[in-house]
Design a protein around this ligand. Structure first.
Ligand code: KIV
Length: 287
């Protein structure tokens, strides 16, 4: 059984350089219970829920309502892990005031912190959230909410110029008060450089082994995604396992094998005969 002492923002920061930080996404109550029992350090209610849970083409389609609903479901699992909620597209870009109010809503439904995509442009937002007591996880490199501007879901930081600006972004939000930084699909040398230069933990996805921690989308880990990114690792083919279970159920119903004895119950002794008397003469309604 995993240790039950709550993982706090302070503890996550203290893990830098001491223990690899393990993060994974979850979007619902039962999954949150399982990943927490496995002992992960951070559960992220990612806006990836747009694709993996709701079948949308990108993260742009989810809003505050969707994210709050799923964050609340995960929070009801009362995880020991630090619970981080992703700020959805357009919930923090328009104004600092709106960003702080929206971030606060996540803490109200049980999140411990929020994550937002972006670097130097969001320094004001990260600082204002800090003043309001809202811990912020940054996210640099590939920022999927900006995939249209970036030219798709591509590996970031391959050139020195782009690498430099990702490093500047990471340093800017770390200095603004972010307690950790996700680095997504960025050349591993760049992620290593950021990890050396910032005092807070870096948590990588598709950015190599030099970071302070790793994060994956649970549907990729379990083999439930329609399409996984090249950096995801599938640890089990749950889709096949689910498919055979549902097929077995279908066959048993069709062959009259389900429900079996012990899975259905009877009237009290003599009551069936009494019922037959009561129904005598009553016609049977047909569909
Ligand atoms: O939404 C998400 O799942 C994420 C991770 C990929 C870090 O932001």
């Amino acid at each position: 059984m995993a240790e039950r002492e709550k993982v706090t923002v302070r503890k996550v920061v203290g893990m830098k350089g001491k223990k690899p930080i393990v993060a994974i996404t979850a979007y619902d109550y039962p999954t949150a219970k399982i990943v927490d029992e496995a002992g992960v350090d951070i559960i992220l209610v990612g806006d990836s829920l747009s694709m993996v849970m709701l079948g949308n083409p990108s993260t742009l389609q989810v809003d505050m309502h969707d994210m709050l609903r799923h964050t609340a479901a995960v929070a009801r699992a009362q995880p020991r892990a630090l619970l981080v909620a992703d700020m959805p597209f357009l919930s923090y870009e328009a104004s600092v005031t709106e960003a702080v109010k929206n971030a606060g809503e996540f803490l109200r439904v049980g999140a411990d912190a929020v994550k937002l995509e972006g670097g130097s442009d969001y320094v004001d937002v990260v600082k204002a959230m800090g003043r309001a007591g809202i811990p912020v996880m940054g996210h640099v490199g590939l920022t999927p909410q900006k995939h249209k501007l970036l030219g798709g879901y591509r590996l970031m930081g391959k050139s020195a110029g782009e690498a430099r600006s990702i490093i500047d972004d990471a340093q800017a939000i770390a200095e603004a008060g972010a307690f950790s930084i996700v680095i997504e699909y960025t050349a591993s040398e760049v992620a290593a450089e950021i990890t050396k230069r910032v005092s807070v933990p870096t948590i990588c996805i598709g950015s190599g082994p030099a970071c302070d921690g790793q994060i994956l989308v649970i549907h990729d880990v379990l083999g439930l995604s329609d399409a996984s990114p090249p950096f995801a690792k599938r640890y089990v083919d749950l889709r096949s396992i689910m498919l055979s279970a549902v097929k077995a159920y279908k066959s048993e119903v069709e062959e009259g094998k389900f429900p079996q004895d012990g899975m259905y119950w009877h009237m009290k002794e003599g009551e069936h005969e009494r019922l037959a008397e009561l129904l005598k003469g009553k016609s049977v309604t047909s569909a």
